[in-house]
Design a protein around this ligand. Sequence first.
Ligand SMILES: Nc1ncnc2c1ncn2[C@@H]1O[C@H](COP(=O)(O)OP(=O)(O)OP(=O)(O)O)[C@@H](O)[C@H]1O
Ligand SMILES: [Mg+2]
Length: 378
Amino acid sequence: MSRPVIQLEGVRKHFWPGPVEAVRDVSLEVREGEIITLLGPSGCGKTTTLRLIAGFEVPDEGIIRVGGRIAAGPSHWIPPEKRGVGMVFQDYALFPHLTVGRNVMFGLDGIPRRDRKARARQVLEILDLGPYFDRFPHELSGGQQQRVALARAIAPEPLLVLMDEPFSNLDAHLRDQVRDEVVEILRKAGVTCIFVSHDQRDALAISDRVAVMNQGRVEQVGTPREIYKHPESVFVATFVGRTNLLQGVVQNENGCVLTDFGSFCRVDRLGMPNGTQVMVSVRPDGFETSEEGTLRGRILSTVYTGAHVEAEVAIPSAHGGTRKLVVHLPPSRGYEVGEEIAFRLDPDFASVVRNACQTLGFGSPLVEEGAEPVLPAR
Ligand SMILES: Nc1ncnc2c1ncn2[C@@H]1O[C@H](COP(=O)(O)OP(=O)(O)OP(=O)(O)O)[C@@H](O)[C@H]1O
Ligand SMILES: [Mg+2]
């Protein structure tokens, strides 16, 4: 297994006035060649975590190891320039008065002067920027400036590159293309990388693993598939894509949670006693249209997205009234509002989520009888 490049253990950071607990008890390991994204809403501590790793902030508590050495911890400190960490800032931070070549050479004071130009040229070639060596940043497109910033960060061959919202300044149509190109370059070069993003699409698309942050904490770390299919908390379930939150009761004798809409069997890791009221998150992709399906309901609205039809469906609940579910239907045909549709649930898209009891009152009904279901706004 590859070795860890970054290890954070119980890292905390607060700011005055407030105090603002920007980063609380964060533990995280990033391994060589891995691309990991810190994903979370504005103000959750993503940039502060990057700045702590880069050495622009000093942690109040905890230990940060870079390449196996303690870079920050009680009576240890390695300054930013000695950490072997490259950082690409959100606004690229290119020097406007320096050419592309000189921008890239700027970070190369660690290698002999005569070799700097050749190294800058080599990295710019890799990034398809060879012809732009003598241009100035304002003579480049946004995507090209983005790649110059990346060239400057990777030219000194750092152990790790940190990228803070690197794609947020790009137009929607350029964004996916630049993102995929940049990630391909990083992967080919085997560069270890931490991205910061508040866009779940980007995070799921480019990362080996995603660390979802909320209010200074890491709520869950996992592969994009794990995060999407099996969120462990209400926050992760609702922040990373749309979901349906269903009230359920733990049935330990068969290791399942029983809901109005069927049984789900992923409760073991929670270790909750029989009869505990919990919530189950079911992604809209977890519903499969089937004439034999036990769930039947009427379509309330549809949105065609290309990949699927996102439909709101009113389903009669076992306890009376109706519940509204968001489901993804195959895009191969059109659907009418009012049309009846039958489907079954794929338990693989369902996950028992933490926090439900704490958030909504332990043991109390999570959804009132006959009321609309709990459907997150996203
Ligand atoms: N230098 C500072 N002084 C005081 N408070 C700060 C400072 N830097 C960050 N904070 C606060 O710490 C919290 C976390 O900030 P941070 O910049 O890490 O968030 P973020 O997740 O990067 O957000 P965004 O997505 O908006 O960039 C916020 O409440 C912010 O106001
Ligand atoms: Mg930020």
